[in-house]
Design a protein around this ligand. Structure first.
Ligand code: IPM
Ligand code: MN
Length: 365
């Protein structure tokens, strides 16, 4: 099998963490007899600095021509004062829209080795395994009219029927292979658009009678995720609510530095960490590469149907954490503080070991 992967490291810690993901991706390809072609392009602030715009036609075309896109992060203090359409974040939003990536999957699954390192109690965390399914190309992020003048600022939160139907359908489909529970999160007590969302989700649910559907207001959902995260399986929600809830979900795993994501449409797929570009630690070999490496695992699983490769990567991460290795964002007393590169190398070593062990039958996934 041959696959074309576009690398968009972006800004801040992007380069360092994508480097880690690429190393792991190459190691997997070697074991699974896969030929990979990488193309690297600029996106975000670095693209603005070089070309005067955060997303160029060339970068976009390279993404269109690839089987999967692996993105680091965009943004940084340097570009904060730019007008909206030139900000690094605008590039990411534009890319999501142009590749029609309406599905965003953000898993919140606790690594067992990490259960004592979160800011939440072990009893609360243990066994947590849910996904935030975020609608990614609609809602208030893209609604018109939008703008601001000196007296007023305004945005529009709107959804069309097909937009809600397709993401709702995806939620029920995903739930089929999980614990068969969908919680649709909205603010239907206040917003008409949420009432509409709720009605469409219920209609789509009629096609999935064996999946349990419940509705929850977003403020309550934010509370419930930290109170009892085990109650959730698939959280289905709109663009902005999903942005917020997936960060909360991220803290369950201990650090945003651990959280991968997949953004999918009918034709294209993009994988990226949930976290940002962390300009404060950029270039210092301190960033946690796990979110980027797990994003690569999601790529193998979803884009290349290589579930076993994905499981091997996850097992390598788990073993590395169990060995007590921690980057600065997840470091606690008694653990070994490691750099981005050391974390990557440890995951690679464990990947090789686990691969050999399961070939010999001494390790089962
Ligand atoms: C995310 C980020 C983006 C978003 C930003 C960088 C545009 O926060 O992927 O969660 O708000 O969607
Ligand atoms: Mn976010």
């Amino acid at each position: 099998m041959t696959a074309k992967i576009t690398l968009l490291p972006g800004d801040g810690i992007g380069n360092e963490i994508i480097e880690g993901a690429v190393k792991v991706t190459k190691a997997v390809a070697e074991k699974f007899d896969m030929t990979l072609q990488f193309e690297e392009r600029l996106i975000g602030g670095c693209s603005y600095d070089k070309y005067g715009k955060p997303l160029t036609e060339d970068t976009l075309q390279t993404c269109y021509d690839s089987d999967a896109v692996l993105l680091g992060a965009v943004g940084g203090y340097k570009w904060e004062a730019l007008p909206h359409h030139l900000k690094p974040e605008a590039a990411l939003l534009d890319l999501r829209k142009k590749l029609e990536l309406f599905i965003n999957i953000r898993p919140s699954k606790i690594f067992p080795a990490f259960v004592n390192d979160s800011s939440l109690k072990k009893e609360v965390l243990e066994g947590t395994d849910f996904i935030v399914l975020r609608e990614l190309t609609g809602g208030i992020y893209f609604g018109e009219p939008r703008g601001y003048d000196k007296d007023k600022g305004w945005n529009t939160m709107s959804y069309t029927r097909p937009e809600v139907e397709r993401i709702a359908r995806k939620a029920f489909e995903l739930a089929k292979n999980r614990s068969r529970k969908v919680t649709s999160v909205d603010k239907a007590n206040v917003l008409e658009v949420s009432q509409f969302w709720r009605e469409i989700v219920s209609e789509v649910h009629k096609d999935y009678p064996d999946i349990e559907l419940s509705n929850m207001y977003v403020d309550n959902a934010a509370m419930q995720i930290v109170r009892n995260p085990r109650q959730f399986d698939v959280i289905l929600t709109s663009n902005m609510f999903g942005d917020i809830l997936s960060d909360i979900g991220g803290m369950i795993t201990g650090s945003l530095g651990m959280l991968p994501s997949a953004s999918l449409g009918e034709k294209y797929a993009l994988y990226e960490p949930v976290h940002g570009s962390a300009p404060d630690i950029a270039g210092q070999n301190k960033a946690n590469p796990i979110a980027a490496i797990s994003s690569a695992a999601m790529m193998f699983d979803i884009s290349f149907q290589m579930t076993k490769a994905a499981e091997l990567i996850d097992a390598a991460i788990e073993r590395t954490l169990k060995q007590g290795k921690r980057t600065v964002d997840i470091h606690s007393e008694g653990c070994e503080l490691v750099s981005t590169q050391q974390m990557t190398d440890a995951i690679l070593t464990n990947f090789e070991e686990i691969y050999n062990e399961q070939a010999l039958g001494v390790f089962t996934l």
